[in-house]
Design a binder for this molecule. Structure first.
Ligand SMILES: [Ca+2]
Ligand SMILES: [Ca+2]
Ligand SMILES: [Ca+2]
Ligand SMILES: [Ca+2]
Length: 430
C-alpha cells in the first residue's frame, strides 16, 4: 500500500515537473520569437534609413545629371541582377522595381555613375523596392530635364502620394518611395526568383478602395504606409480582413531632395566663379571677376561696370570690355540646362573688377558681421508671394530690406529660412 502511494506521488511530481518545463519552454520560445521579431523590424527600419540616405546621395552627387534618380531593377529584362534597367521610351511600370545597386543596362544616360553600390535588404533578407517620380528620371540624353527649385511647387507632373492606413495623405510631394517587402503573405508566390512586384508589395483596402503598392499607372501614384499584419489582431475593427500587409515604407519628398540639390548648385556656381578668377590673368594682381548681368536678363549677358546682378553666363564684346568668355565656360552643362542661373544673385567688390583688378583694396561687401568680402553669391530661392520674375527689381528676388536695398550690405550667411525669406548667402571669396 505504502509503495503504491509512493509511486503515485513520484508520478505526480514528474507530471508537475514536465508541465513546468513545458511552461518555461513556451515562455522562452515566446520571448525568443518576440525578440527575433523586434530584431527583424529594427533591421528593416535601419535598411530603409540607410537606403534613403544612399539614394539622396546618389542623386545629389551625380556627376552629369544631379537631381535625377536611377531607373529601378525590374524583372522584365529576365533578371533581378541589381542593375538599373534604363529605357528610352518609358511607361509608368518602368518606374517601380528593386533598388539598383550594381551597374546599369543600356540605354542609361550618363556613363559615370552606376547603382547605389550597396545591396540593401530588409529584416527578412528581401531586397528593397523603389518607385520614383517621372519628374526625376532621364530617359534619353537628348531630352532636356529641368530640375531646379521651381519644380517643387510647379512640377511637370504631380508628385507621388503617400497615404496612411486611413487613406489620409501624409505627403503629396513625394519624389521617391523605398519599400521593404517583408516575407510573402497571402497568395504571394515568389518561387523562381523572378516574380513581379505583386508578389512582394501589398494591397490595403481602405473604406472599400484597394490601394496597391505594387502598381504604378499614373504620375501621382499612391503608396500606403500601414501597420504590419503581425501586429494587427484579426478582431481589429478598422482593418478589413483578411488584412494582409507587411510593407514597410520610407519616402523622400522633393523638398528634402531640393534642399540638398540647391546646395550643390550653389557650390557649383561658387567654384565656377573661383575658376574664372584664377583663369582671368596670369598675374594675381591682374585677376578679376566678370561683371554681372542685369537682374532678370534671361540671356545673362554681362554688362560693363555692373558690380551686382544676375550671373554673367555670356560675355559679349559689345557689352563687356573684359576679354574672357562668359561664366558658362566654367559651369557644367546640367547647371545651365536646369536654369540654376535664374536663382542666383551675384555681387563683387569694385577692386575685384576688370577696371580695378586683383582684389587689392580689401573688399567692400559686408555679409552679416563679416566685412571686407570680395565676392558674394546669393541663392534667391523661388518666387515668394508678391514677387514676379524675370524682373529687374531686386525685391522680386531678395526678401529682406537689408538684402534688397541695393547697397553692398547683406544678411549673414545662414540666416534662417522662413516662408517669407528664402535667400541663402554664400561667400565666394575671401
Ligand atoms: Ca532587371
Ligand atoms: Ca509585402
Ligand atoms: Ca528670395
Ligand atoms: Ca543692404
Amino acid at each position: 500500500m505504502k509503495t503504491r502511494l509512493n509511486q503515485q506521488g513520484i508520478a505526480m511530481l514528474i507530471l508537475v515537473f514536465m508541465i513546468a518545463l513545458a511552461l518555461v519552454g513556451y515562455l522562452v520560445t515566446g520571448l525568443n520569437s518576440e525578440s527575433l521579431k523586434r530584431n527583424r523590424e529594427a533591421k528593416t527600419a535601419q535598411a530603409l534609413v540607410n537606403a534613403k540616405a544612399a539614394l539622396i546621395g546618389w542623386s545629389i552627387a551625380h556627376p552629369q545629371y544631379p537631381g535625377t534618380m536611377p531607373f529601378p531593377d525590374r524583372n522584365s529584362d529576365g533578371d533581378y541582377d541589381g542593375n538599373s534597367d534604363c529605357v528610352a521610351a518609358f511607361n509608368y511600370s518602368h518606374l517601380i522595381g528593386r533598388l539598383p545597386y550594381a551597374a546599369q543596362t543600356a540605354p542609361c544616360v550618363g556613363t559615370l555613375q552606376y547603382g547605389l553600390s550597396d545591396n540593401f535588404v530588409d529584416g527578412d533578407g528581401e531586397a528593397l523596392w523603389y518607385a520614383v517620380s517621372r519628374n526625376l528620371i532621364r530617359p534619353t540624353v537628348l531630352g532636356t530635364v529641368v530640375i531646379n527649385s521651381a519644380i517643387v511647387d510647379s512640377p511637370a507632373f504631380p508628385w507621388l502620394i503617400v497615404r496612411d492606413k486611413n487613406g489620409q495623405v501624409i505627403s503629396n510631394r513625394v519624389a521617391a518611395v523605398i519599400i521593404a517587402p517583408g516575407r510573402a503573405i497571402g497568395a504571394q508566390n515568389r518561387a523562381g526568383g523572378l516574380a513581379g512586384a505583386a508578389a512582394y508589395l501589398d494591397t490595403a483596402v481602405i473604406s472599400g478602395t484597394a490601394y496597391s503598392n505594387a502598381d504604378y499607372t499614373v504620375p501621382n501614384e499612391d503608396f500606403i504606409m500601414s501597420e504590419n499584419m503581425q501586429s494587427v489582431p484579426t478582431t481589429h475593427p478598422t482593418f478589413g480582413q483578411p488584412y494582409q500587409f507587411n510593407d514597410q515604407l520610407i519616402f523622400i519628398t522633393i523638398d528634402e531632395l531640393m534642399a540638398e540639390l540647391q546646395q550643390r548648385a550653389m557650390r557649383e556656381a561658387r567654384d565656377a566663379l573661383r575658376a574664372y578668377y584664377l583663369a582671368s590673368a596670369p598675374a594675381a594682381a591682374n585677376r578679376y571677376y566678370p561683371y554681372a548681368a542685369i537682374l532678370g536678363d534671361v540671356n545673362h549677358t554681362c554688362i560693363e561696370a555692373t558690380l551686382a546682378g544676375g550671373l554673367p553666363l555670356n560675355s559679349a564684346a559689345t557689352t563687356c570690355t573684359h576679354p574672357n568668355a562668359g561664366l558658362n565656360a566654367f559651369l557644367p552643362a546640367w547647371f545651365v540646362e536646369s536654369l540654376w542661373q535664374d536663382f542666383m544673385y551675384y555681387a563683387i567688390s569694385g577692386d575685384c573688377s576688370f577696371a580695378t583688378p586683383g582684389c587689392l583694396a580689401g573688399g567692400n561687401i559686408t555679409v552679416g558681421t563679416q566685412t571686407n568680402v570680395n565676392t558674394l553669391l546669393i541663392f534667391t530661392g523661388t518666387t515668394l508671394a508678391g514677387q514676379a520674375r524675370p524682373n529687374n527689381n531686386l525685391a522680386n528676388y531678395l526678401d529682406s530690406l537689408e538684402n534688397s536695398d541695393g547697397d553692398f550690405v547683406f544678411d549673414a550667411v545662414g540666416t534662417p529660412l522662413t516662408n517669407i525669406y528664402n535667400d541663402q548667402m554664400l561667400i565666394v571669396e575671401p
